[in-house]
Design a protein around this ligand. Structure first.
Ligand SMILES: [Zn+2]
Ligand SMILES: [Zn+2]
Ligand SMILES: [Zn+2]
Ligand SMILES: [Zn+2]
Length: 476
């Protein structure tokens, strides 16, 4: 049997996960306990639904002020199901629902001040709640409180990036209905353990940077050395988008890989994983187009037009719960012209062996994101050491890109390799750009490049729900 203190601690754990401040939950909990004659079972049933509902009910009664936190209407709220507010509760059989209903009795309604803040059991006093193993600093609500408003998706998390990005990225959904994603937000890739990523100034050759430049590299009539990689023309226009010709070439390569050059490893790291003792022949890796951005040794400033990806996310994005069974997804909250940089795909940098082992060890319960193989330059050397054959895994650590759903063939984003700090290209950045004009509130998608027929791939492909007319998952 759990102690009362333990039960209170668990209740706060649940409400904190939704970003509700302890000091506001405390009076609601005290009130409910009184109402339920200290029957904790009623409070705990359905993941503290009575408590959470009562909290939002109180908030709503407090008036308009709190509604600022509710996400704006992006034109599809009417399609979203109603949040389960007390008035909307379907079915009356559950004791929780019936009991909670009492909170809305006419006497109580609109008089939240009747809840006595000072009253209540001793286990709720300040000293005790801070002894729950949580330091004071981590109790500051990172997430904004939400309010109950009919027909609207709600901010569950105000900023999933925890302030690491230039922009806030909210997560919206229906409170209590979806499991919140468990992961650590990271703005930049990080090495997990064995990956060999050698970043050093000495390795940046003079002909691979533009130390003679100043200000912005783009507007000058003769492009500097940093444009060599992209054929003497920068990949970006002065408006900050990808040059049309460059984008077109990347899309064509993505949509028709057979029509483009591939290289074949002598000893393919991917095949080695599938069968260590008798690896099959390399299936080939596309020779992909790279963007090369200015970096430390360049004379230009941080606002240089050839430093787009390294400046980070600038467009307004939102994580939302999709209606087509795809789980969480990402939408843009603003119109994005064709060729706009949206975000990088960020994750842990793993060797392919580490990824393989991680998947073997996995409990099977964690929701894996589809890993990205960094094989865009595997052709430059015929044999890669294990610590040089790398991939990105955003299952446990990653940025907003881990929520972007897959779409076969005609996705509105495309992934393009970007060289920033490592000229050897075993490691590089993978940046996502729009393939066409994208309207505000559209879901963002990219083609993970999955071969749905490859049953031996270390990561089992998921059942594709992309609804593209060109969907490759024909086994559906
Ligand atoms: Zn330059
Ligand atoms: Zn530059
Ligand atoms: Zn290969
Ligand atoms: Zn440069």
């Amino acid at each position: 049997m759990m102690s009362v203190r333990e039960r209170a601690r668990k209740a706060f754990q649940a409400t904190r996960a939704l970003g509700l401040p302890d000091q506001e939950v405390t009076p609601v909990l005290e009130h409910l306990l009184k109402l339920f004659n200290n029957n904790w079972d009623l409070i705990e049933s359905e993941d503290y639904r009575a408590l959470i509902d009562a909290y939002f009910e109180l908030k709503e009664n407090k008036g308009e002020d709190n509604r600022k936190n509710v996400v704006g209407d992006y034109g599809e709220s009417s399609r979203l199901p109603k949040r389960l507010c007390l008035q909307d509760s379907e079915g009356q059989a559950s004791p929780t629902k019936c009991s909670a209903r009492q909170i809305l009795s006419p006497e109580e309604h609109g008089k939240p001040s009747s809840v006595n803040l000072q009253q209540g059991a001793t286990f709720l006093n300040k000293k005790d709640s801070s002894s729950s193993g949580c330091s004071n600093s981590c109790k500051k609500p990172q997430q904004q409180p939400v309010t109950c408003e009919k027909n609207r998706p709600l901010h569950i998390i105000n900023d999933i990036t925890k302030g690491t990005e230039n922009v806030k990225i909210s997560l919206v959904g229906d409170i209590g209905k979806q499991e919140l994603p468990k992961f650590t937000y990271m703005r930049d890739n990080i090495i997990y353990q064995d990956a060999y990523v050698h970043i050093s100034l000495a390795r940046v050759a003079d002909e691979d940077c533009c130390s003679g430049c100043s200000g912005d590299c783009l507007p000058v009539s003769i492009p500097c050395a940093c444009a060599h990689e992209t054929g003497g023309e920068f990949a970006y226009t002065t408006d900050g988008q990808l040059r049309d010709k460059f984008l077109k070439a990347c899309i064509s390569m993505k949509q028709d890989p057979e029509g483009h050059d591939s290289v074949y490893c002598q000893d393919c790291p991917l095949e080695r994983l599938k069968n260590e003792y008798k690896p099959e022949k390399c299936k080939g890796h596309l020779v992909r187009k790279f963007i090369k951005e200015c970096w430390r040794k360049c004379g230009c400033n941080m606002q240089c037009g050839n430093r787009v990806v390294q400046r980070g996310i600038t467009c307004k994005l939102q994580v939302f719960w999709t209606r087509e069974g795809k789980g969480w997804g990402v939408k843009t909250l603003q119109d994005l012209p064709k060729g706009t940089f949206v975000c990088e795909y960020v994750g842990e940098i793993l060797t392919n062996t580490e990824l393989f082992e991680r998947n073997l060890k996995g409990s099977g319960n964690e929701k894996h994101t589809y890993p990205v193989t960094l094989d865009a330059d595997w052709g430059s050397e015929r044999v890669l050491k294990d610590e040089e054959a790398l991939c990105l895994d955003a299952t446990f650590c990653g940025n907003v890109a881990r929520f972007i759903n897959h779409r076969c063939f005609d996705a509105n984003l495309i992934d393009i390799p970007v060289e920033v700090e490592t000229p050897d290209r075993h490691y590089y950045h993978l940046a996502l750009f729009t393939t066409r004009d994208v309207r505000a509130s559209e879901e963002l998608t990219w083609d993970y490049g999955i071969d749905f027929n490859d049953d031996e791939h270390p990561i089992k492909a998921f059942k594709c729900c992309c609804r593209s007319a060109f969907c490759r998952d024909v086994k559906r």
